[in-house]
Design a protein around this ligand. Structure first.
Ligand code: C2E
Ligand code: SIN
Ligand code: SIN
Ligand code: FE
Ligand code: FE
Length: 673
């Protein structure tokens, strides 16, 4: 049994039709059929149901087979069309086949009907299959065309990433959104980055013809909005009609559709590309595919640039700390140090102004020490008690104080004149602590609100420590210098006091010590002895007879010649001086004169009998000056000599008591006077 056959007969004679029907049934077909005779009925039959075969009488009262064929052709249906005719006319048959009929049969010879139908059905099937194959080919072709189009778009897009990759992060972000926009009309595109510390979505770039109409809503990973949703899920979101979506945040009045593509790096979603269009359903499946691949590359480029920037920043900050370190190790000038520190603070932390307040320990008050970036000089008059104002609090409580926006704390900021002149927004007070003690406060000011990240805060901390060390070092050095100076002054006062005491005891020699000291210095200077040595010569001269402290009054003040025994004691005074001064390190280099001023060039002096150049040079000059002043002065045991007599004596003693060269110098000097 053959399958079902749905046959439309176009035939005026019912008998003829039944004849044909019987023939078909004989051929094994189960036939469903209808018979029509007019054009409207034919069209109606076509519309009502599908047909496998049309059998049409060649000539009928209402129409002809070619007319019926024309209706079929107009309908676009592919149904085998067989013409049946009572008479055989070659011309008729030819014209029927020419007009597109599939076969032509004569009513008396229907034996050909079944083979004709089978052939036609098969051919129709073939035609259908061919058509399906063609359609499929066309579809594949279209798909291929689309794919290569996408590849071309992707290629263009990736190219822009490569060229933008090594610029900075914001530059790269705007390259990315501009690339996305090349693909879509009537759209805005934002690049949102997830801040892992705050969970905020930061809009790194926004572009598009209507970008200025977009309200910059605060977006948070855990908040509403399609962007947050896409980042949370890690999946692309494509909303054809945003006005109907409950997750959509209305931030652009004209928005109709939105596509958010997560930016994924490894397993982490680092942000999203957010494209909004003023047209509904602006984004198609192939856009999603394209953007997904593009976003993968964009995320890679962003991450690479971010790392690169971070590394650069770290290197810069490290070398900035090194610069401060170097400054600390090479200079003790506190102002200079603080200026170097503040310059690093401004450039490395990218802030507008900074100052250092130093704690004055005695009065427990913070006072301005250095500042940079201020428009006015008001900061310089800063004086805050410990605990007063934010800076004072920071020092007292030893903690960083951060005011995000000073405008909101106007009342509590004591220096409000500073505030109104400089328009500062963000403020930081960092206590400067060295060895557990607060040395001062580092203040940071920014004219716009500054939202720091961990990295920035860490560096601020490091700068605080470094500054504290710098201050501690410089103050320590200043302290040492000061106590050195103090000590020096104290010593010199002591020395002068001693020699003065000696003069008081030995009234007759009053003024002798100061006179010989002055004269010796003058002589030494004219010889060209350098200043470093002069200080020791001065001290030595002042102390030259300090050993007489050990000589009893009855000998020292004796108004007559000394006995031999008395001389023994008197001659001990240089040795006494040595014993007295030698333990004082500070006076080591001043010992030569007190110890050696009674040695003689020819070796007959005391206490050691040194000869010639073994006697220290300063002692050789001093001896001349000492004798000159002694013999020209009155003594209890003899009156003072005249100048001439004294000069004669000095000349006479050249090469005996005195160094001949030193005598030359002395005489030259004395004649200038
Ligand atoms: P002075 O009075 O400061 O004297 C210092 C040196 O000047 C003496 O060292 C000596 O070289 C020289 N000089 C001082 N007066 C004379 C003088 O009248 N004639 C000569 N030729 N040279 C004189 P000298 O001799 O080692 O004496 C050391 C110190 O001993 C003197 O310091 C003085 O305090 C004391 N002295 C020296 N002679 C006498 C003396 O006859 N009677 C007393 N009471 N004391 C004397
Ligand atoms: C945006 O403000 O660009 C994103 C809005 C959204 O999350 O839908
Ligand atoms: C501060 O508050 O730390 C600065 C002092 C002030 O309030 O003016
Ligand atoms: Fe002496
Ligand atoms: Fe003397």
């Amino acid at each position: 049994m053959n399958s079902n056959l749905r046959v439309l007969f176009i035939e005026d004679s019912e008998n003829d039709m039944l004849l044909l029907l019987r023939e078909l049934q004989k051929g094994g077909y189960e036939v469903e059929w209808e018979r029509v005779q007019t054009a409207p009925d034919i069209e109606d039959a076509f519309a009502r149901r599908p047909w496998d075969l049309i059998v049409c009488d060649y000539s009928m009262p209402s129409m002809s087979a070619p007319q019926a064929l024309a209706i079929l052709q107009k309908s676009g249906l592919d149904i085998p069309f067989i013409i049946i005719s009572g008479t055989i006319g070659e011309e008729v048959a030819v014209s029927a086949l020419k007009s597109g009929a599939n076969d032509f049969l004569v009513k008396g010879k229907l034996a050909r009907l079944i083979p004709a139908i089978e052939r036609e059905m098969k051919e129709a099937r073939n035609r259908r299959e061919r058509k399906q194959a063609e359609d499929m080919l066309n579809r594949q072709d279209e798909e291929l065309r689309q794919r290569s189009n996408e590849l071309a778009r992707l290629y263009r897009a990736s190219e822009s990433l490569l060229s933008g990759a090594m610029t900075n992060l914001t530059g790269l972000a705007s390259t990315i959104v501009l690339t996305v926009l090349r693909e879509f009309e009537h759209s805005n595109c934002s690049l949102l980055l997830l801040n892992k510390e705050t969970n905020e979505l930061e809009r790194l770039a926004i572009e598009g013809p209507y970008a200025s109409q977009v309200k910059n809503a605060k977006l948070n990973l855990n908040g509403s909005g399609l962007a947050a949703k896409a980042i949370r899920s890690g999946h692309i979101i494509n909303v054809p009609e945003v006005t109907a979506d409950p997750d959509y945040i209305r931030n652009w009045d004209a928005a109709r559709s939105e596509m958010v593509i997560p930016l994924q790096f490894g397993n982490e979603v680092i942000g999203a590309l957010d494209v909004q269009s003023s047209e509904p359903a602006a984004f198609e499946a192939n856009d999603e595919r394209l953007m997904t691949i593009f976003a993968e590359r964009a995320a890679l480029a962003l991450e690479r640039t971010r790392l690169h920037e971070q590394t650069l920043r770290q290197v810069e900050r490290l070398s900035s700390l090194r610069r401060i370190d170097f400054a600390i190790s090479t200079t003790f000038d506190l102002r200079l140090l603080l200026n170097i520190v503040l310059e690093q603070v401004l450039t490395q932390l990218s802030v507008d102004a900074a100052s250092v307040l130093l704690l004055q320990p005695g009065i427990q008050q913070l006072e301005f020490a250095a500042g940079r970036g201020f428009h006015s000089r008001i900061i310089e008059s800063t004086r805050l008690k410990l605990g007063e104002g934010y800076a004072g609090q920071s020092a007292l409580e030893k903690r960083i104080i951060h005011i995000k926006n000073l405008a909101e704390y106007k009342e509590s900021f004591i220096r409000n004149e500073l505030l109104s002149k400089e328009n500062f927004a963000t403020y930081f007070a960092v206590p400067l602590i060295a060895k557990g003690e607060v040395k001062g406060v580092l203040e940071i000011f920014n004219r716009t609100v500054l939202v720091p990240n961990m990295e920035w805060l860490d560096f601020l901390d490091a700068l605080g420590w470094q500054t504290a060390i710098a201050i501690d070092n410089a103050l320590l050095f200043e302290g040492i210098q000061r106590s050195n100076l103090d000590l020096q002054l104290a010593y010199d006062a002591t020395i002068e006091g001693w020699s003065h005491a000696l003069d008081l005891r030995d009234k007759e020699t009053e003024g002798h010590t100061l006179r010989v000291t002055e004269m010796t210095l003058k002589l030494a200077r004219s010889i060209g002895i350098n200043e470093d040595q002069l200080i020791h010569i001065r001290r030595g001269a002042l102390l030259h007879d300090i050993g007489k402290m050990g000589v009893p009054d009855n000998i020292l003040l004796k108004p007559d010649k000394l006995t031999d025994d008395e001389w023994v004691i008197m001659k001990r005074h240089p040795q006494f001086a040595f014993e007295m001064l030698q333990p004082i390190a500070y006076l080591k280099e001043a010992l030569d004169i007190p110890y050696c001023h009674h040695e003689k060039w020819d070796g007959t002096g005391y206490p050691r009998g040194l000869k010639g150049e073994l006697i220290p040079f300063s002692a050789r000059i001093f001896a001349i000056v000492d004798v000159w002043d002694a013999v020209t002065s009155n003594r209890p045991y003899r009156p003072g000599w005249t100048r001439e007599k004294a000069l004669e004596y000095i000349r006479d003693q050249s090469g005996k008591h005195f160094d001949p060269q030193a005598v030359e110098m002395f005489l030259k000097e004395i004649h200038i006077d």
